[in-house]
Each structure stands twice: as structure tokens, then as C-alpha cells.
Design a protein around this ligand. Structure first.
Ligand code: FAD
Length: 302
């Protein structure tokens, strides 16, 4: 039996593990895919305090090394369910069941992808899912934001401050985000809205150079030359396996208290899978620390 079982080895989960281990608790980290989580897809991270510039992979490696040095147990396994059994919790995985006094869910979320050819190949080379993270790399360049909701519009406002040209490409006839954001963008000379259109092709050599969009009203195709696209068509949390022990909001994120506690005693949540506004490494690691210290207090009270 471990004191703390952490589900997910992204920045939130690994930080939880670090704080748990430093409080002398035994910690098991379960990861289904990639140690380091989403940030491993980022070629450059320039907004983590104290690190001028580091690749997502380097960041993940340093964090994993730190956690391993403190003696974490690690298993490659997919958590499928959390069961409460009397005084302890069992995490059922595809590799067997693991018992713990507490569980920290740090399963992250995924940016919804366009699902078209070459999308994965161009990530970091013209395709981004986060203007806060990557916008600065496109200073003075031409970009498009794909999507018409609040996230897309906010990203377009931000990018319009320093990009030469910003297209906002929406598959519907209107933007679905707030009117005041639409009004703000309408006033900008370097912003153009393109409605009823979907991206059908990504064009380029090693880097993205242009996109093809199809007007869904008249089925005509247009090629737009640009340096980058920011895909903002939503995020998908992967919290379905935890719905028995945690309340999920309308978008599938886990609701929690300020201490990152879910509705089930001993089950905590940290990082991008939690309902909150800002999803960044800083907020993920912050949650990781808060959840782990709350879990330690709970264990000490048993
Ligand atoms: C391309 C890209 C660039 C980015 N750039 C920046 C940046 O420059 N700066 C910044 O601050 N943020 C950036 N972000 C955002 C940042 O990566 C996330 O906010 C951060 O990784 C969230 O950490 P997390 O630990 O909560 O979740 P994640 O990183 O998503 O980690 C969750 C982990 O849980 C695992 N998991 C999920 N379900 C299960 C399960 N059932 N069982 C076991 N394991 C499971 C997943 O495989 C994953 O490894 C970027 C994101 C992307 C995609």
C-alpha cells in the first residue's frame, strides 16, 4: 500500500510526487503514455519562472529525474477506475490494481486537434494549440486562429498586438464567443474574420507555409499564405474513469475545493484536468504542490 498514488506523470503529477516524497510519504506514479505529459510536445518553453528557455522534453526530463532521485515508484499503466474500500482506495489499471491511502488525479487534458494530414508533423513548426505559450514566436508574422469561441477570440486579441496579420477562421456563420471580444477585433486593422470555413490542408516543407480552407457554403477552396496557425477548438479532459469519485463540470473537468479535494475523502485533483481558468505549467505545478500537501495532511490525520 502506498501513501499516495498519482495518476498522470505530467507537470502536475510529478510535482505532487515530489512534494509527497519530500514529506516522507511513499508515492506511486502511474502514467499511460508519456512521462512529462503535454509539455513534451513543446519545442520551446520560455514562460516558466527562472528558466530562460528550455525544450518541453528537457523540462520533463529534469522534473522526472528530480522525482526519481527522491525515490518515487513508477508504473506504466492506464488508470481505469478508483474504488473506495473501507479505509483505503484502490486504483484499477490495465496492469492490475494498486492500493493507496490517497489518490491524486493529474490526468491532464488534450487540445482538440483538427484531425487533418501533417498536423502532428507541423506541431512547433507552425501549428500551435496555445497562443500564450507560443504567440511570441510569431512577432511580426502572419497567423490564423482556428475557432470562434472565447479562447479563440482572446488568442486573436493577444496575437493582433504583435503579429502583422491575424485571420480568425470559424466553421460557422458567426463567432460564438463574447460580443465585446468580436467588437474589439473588428476595430483592429490587422484582423480579418473568415466565416463558414474549415481548414482542409496544411502546406509547407519543414515549416508550415500556407493553409487551404474550404468555404462550406459554396465548396470553394482558398489558399492562405501564413507562418502559423493557432488551433483553439476546445480541450478534451480525460476524466471519464474518475466520474464515480469526482464531480465533473459540464465540460468534463473535475470540480475541487481550494485544497484540490474532490467530493471523495482522500481523492485529490491537480493540473489541467481540474476546473479552472488558466492551464499552464506554472498552474499545474502549483496545483501539484497544493494537492500533495493536502493529501499529506489527510494521511497524518488518519
Ligand atoms: C504544444 C504545447 C505547448 C505548450 N507550451 C506551454 C508553454 O510554453 N508554457 C506553459 O506554461 N504551458 C504550455 N503548455 C501547456 C502545458 O503543457 C500544460 O498546462 C501542462 O502540461 C499541464 O500539466 P498536467 O500535469 O496537468 O497535465 P498533462 O501535461 O496533460 O499530463 C497528464 C498526464 O496524465 C497522463 N494520463 C491521462 N490519463 C491517464 C490515466 N487514466 N492513467 C494514467 N495516466 C494518465 C497523460 O498521459 C499525461 O502524461 C503547452 C501545451 C502544449 C500541448
Amino acid at each position: 500500500m502506498h501513501d499516495i498514488i498519482v495518476i498522470g506523470a505530467g507537470p502536475a503529477g510529478l510535482t505532487s510526487a515530489l512534494y509527497g516524497l519530500r514529506a516522507d510519504k511513499s508515492v506511486l506514479v502511474l502514467e499511460k503514455e508519456t512521462f512529462g505529459g503535454q509539455i513534451t510536445f513543446s519545442p520551446k518553453v520560455e514562460n516558466y519562472p527562472s528558466l530562460m528557455q528550455v525544450s518541453g522534453n528537457e523540462f520533463a526530463e529534469m522534473l522526472l529525474d528530480q522525482v526519481m532521485a527522491h525515490g518515487a515508484d513508477i508504473e506504466m499503466a492506464t488508470a481505469q477506475k478508483i474504488e473506495k474500500k473501507g479505509g483505503y482506495l484502490t486504483v484499477v489499471t490495465d496492469q492490475g490494481a494498486f492500493d493507496g491511502k490517497t489518490v491524486i488525479i493529474a490526468a491532464g487534458s488534450k487540445h482538440r486537434h483538427l484531425g487533418i494530414d501533417r498536423e502532428e508533423e507541423f506541431i512547433g513548426e507552425g501549428v500551435s494549440y496555445c497562443a500564450v505559450c507560443d504567440g511570441a514566436f510569431y512577432n511580426g508574422r502572419d497567423v490564423a486562429v482556428i475557432g470562434g469561441g472565447n479562447t479563440a477570440l482572446q488568442e486573436a486579441v493577444m496575437l493582433s498586438e504583435y503579429c502583422r496579420k491575424v485571420y480568425v477562421i470559424q466553421n460557422l456563420a458567426t463567432m460564438t464567443g463574447e460580443g465585446r471580444l468580436v467588437a474589439k477585433l473588428t476595430e483592429k486593422e490587422n484582423v480579418s474574420f473568415i466565416f463558414n470555413s474549415v481548414v482542409t490542408e496544411l502546406i509547407g516543407g519543414e515549416k508550415l507555409e500556407a493553409i487551404k480552407i474550404r468555404n462550406t457554403e459554396d465548396n470553394t477552396d482558398t489558399e492562405l499564405k501564413l507562418d502559423g496557425i493557432f488551433v483553439a477548438i476546445g480541450q478534451v479532459p480525460e476524466n471519464a474513469p474518475f466520474a464515480d469519485v469526482a464531480d465533473l463540470n459540464d465540460y468534463g473537468y473535475i470540480d475541487a475545493t481550494e485544497d484540490c479535494l474532490t467530493k471523495t475523502e482522500g481523492v485529490f485533483v491537480a493540473g489541467d484536468c481540474r476546473s479552472k481558468r488558466v492551464r499552464q505549467i506554472t498552474t499545474a505545478t502549483g496545483d501539484g504542490a497544493v494537492a500533495a500537501l493536502a493529501a499529506c495532511r489527510y494521511i497524518d490525520s488518519l
